[in-house]
Design a protein around this ligand. Structure first.
Ligand code: AMP
Length: 112
């Protein structure tokens, strides 16, 4: 897997304020927020995207979603969206799996 900016953030090479960190993942604010609350949940393990995940990654994927939900609720948002882009054609620009957690405004569907 090619080096990404998220890998550098995880290694501490780019100073980043983590809103959450545990042995499996970190979370930090998106640099270009698309909603009043826009946090990224990023696994420490460099999986390219959910399309590259395997059965053995199930627990990690579940953990990332639970962390995302806890962070949104802890910030006071009962309603929120968790989304992950898998592949450039789906809008993925950083090739290290991450969940977007969005809240704080009305979120329309489909997202476009
Ligand atoms: P995606 O397009 O789904 O791959 O999402 C990548 C996200 O990473 C985008 O929403 C970017 O704004 C965000 N991003 C890129 N670089 C940084 C950074 N240095 N710190 C925080 N967020 C970033």
């Amino acid at each position: 897997m090619a080096e990404t900016i998220f890998a550098r953030m995880l290694r501490g090479e780019i100073p980043t304020r983590f809103l959450h960190e545990d042995e499996h993942c970190v979370a930090f604010a998106d640099i270009a927020p698309q909603a009043p609350f826009h946090v990224l949940v990023v696994p420490r393990r460099p999986l390219t995207n959910i399309g590259a995940a395997e059965t053995a990654d199930g627990a990690l994927l579940g953990h990332l979603q639970l962390v995302a939900a806890v962070l949104a609720k802890a910030a006071g948002y009962a309603d929120f969206r968790i989304v992950t882009n898998s592949g450039a054609g789906a809008g993925q620009s950083v090739m290290h799996l991450h969940l977007h957690v969005l809240a704080g405004r009305t979120l329309r569907w489909p997202p476009g």
